[in-house]
Design a protein around this ligand. Structure first.
Ligand code: ATP
Length: 364
């Protein structure tokens, strides 16, 4: 059990619509990640599922039952917060046991469940300590333990790793993925960190301005972003966007002109639209990691202003004409000199994405 359906959920604060008609199905046992820039509404959506925030419209359904009017503790969910929300005067054991004590569970059951959670989270040796004596990662594990003992249908995580340093975050990511496999529970996880989203999620919901920009498996979002927003949000460094003009449309795709060269992007054109596209402004997207050194189908000569050596690969940034920002490229090893005045780069049409004037992707 642990299936969640959101039906046209909205949330308004005064006249401001923070969440706008969001519909979504989360499958039983799924690890679903809500990701998006600050203010996109991901925490508000999670808090409505938890019952910490009222909905302004729409239905929240858990295992076939509408829960809009149920108190948080009656929804069969448990939430883990960024701030841990532990009681400083209580031991680790008592912190984990707390929700069971509130429910009035028998002592033997409390012991069994707390010991089991401690074992799963490798906290056995810490049970008598106070939270103040633990590291950030250990505190977060205690907070997760407190959720586990409630045996919820759905776990909700609100940016649980944001207070940890980079190395610990990477460790905890692996821990949480392992925990999900072990428990098999439905988990909904909010983050603004796309690495967390890509590595942990079965599916990702990308939110922008209170609406869903796309829902899909991590690599589906990477390979087939449906719009400019998702294309730019998923992937690091972000996708390059270049203004192009549609020159012709054929069975092979859309031919565009880029730096005086014709390039046929293998995308599908909706029936009946071909004629109308000619001469239209479009946006071509190419990921920095799909750019190579030297000759190729699409060619660009750039003057890098910054070259970053990361050992394993090198990232270069070259200003584009006008106010189009930088063209970014990632090359393996250290192939480019920081002093090189100009670098000849290329990429394949097959790696390109193409977006219409409204930012919607042509299907590849
Ligand atoms: P962040 O990553 O910064 O937490 P978020 O995507 O989780 O962002 P929310 O916290 O869900 O965003 O907020 C969505 C929008 O709703 C924001 O513009 C925020 O300012 C607004 N908002 C959230 N809570 C309230 C509130 N209680 N009153 C008024 N506006 C609110």
């Amino acid at each position: 059990m642990g299936q969640l359906t959101l039906e046209k959920i909205t949330k308004t604060f005064g006249t401001f619509e923070a969440v706008r008609s969001v519909s979504l199905d989360v499958k039983e046992g799924e690890f679903m990640v809500f990701v998006g820039p600050s203010g996109c509404g991901k925490s508000t959506l999670l808090r409505m599922i938890a019952g910490l925030e009222n909905t302004s419209g729409g239905d929240i359904v858990i295992d076939g039952k509408r829960v809009n009017d149920l108190a948080p503790v009656k929804r069969g969910i448990a939430m883990v917060f960024q701030s841990y929300a532990l009681y400083p005067h209580m031991s680790v054991y008592e912190n984990i046991a707390f929700p069971l004590r509130v429910e009035g569970a028998p002592e033997a059951e409390i012991r069994r469940k707390v010991d089991e959670a401690a074992r799963i989270l490798h906290l056995e040796t810490r049970m008598n300590q106070k939270p103040g004596n633990l590291s950030g990662g250990q505190r977060q594990r205690v907070a997760i333990g407190r959720a586990i003992v409630r045996e919820p249908k759905i776990f909700l995580f609100d940016e649980p790793l944001s207070n940890l340093d980079a190395a610990l975050r990477a460790d905890m990511r692996i821990e949480l993925t392992r925990l999900h496999k072990q428990l098999g529970s439905t988990m909904i996880y909010v983050t603004h960190d796309q690495v967390e989203a890509m590595t942990m999620a079965d599916r990702i919901v990308v939110l922008n301005g209170g609406i869903i920009a796309q829902v899909g498996a991590p690599l589906e979002l990477y390979h087939k972003p449906q719009n400019v927003f998702v294309a730019g949000f998923i992937g690091n460094p972000r996708m390059n966007f270049l203004p192009v003009t549609c020159h012709a449309v054929s069975d092979a795709g859309i031919e565009v002109i880029l730096e005086d060269r014709r390039l046929t992007i293998p995308v599908r054109v909706p029936a009946g639209q071909s004629a109308a596209l000619q001469g239209k402004a479009m946006t071509l997207g190419i990921r920095p990691e799909h750019v190579v050194l030297g000759e190729g189908e699409a060619q660009m000569t750039v003057a890098p202003s910054v070259v970053e050596y990361l050992g394993q690969h090198t990232i270069g940034y070259a200003p584009l004409p006008g106010d189009a920002g930088n063209f970014c490229f990632v090359l393996p090893g250290t192939q480019v000199s920081a002093e090189a005045p100009r670098v000849s780069l290329s990429f394949s049409a097959a790696d390109c994405h193409l977006f219409d004037a409204d930012g919607q992707a042509y299907e590849r």
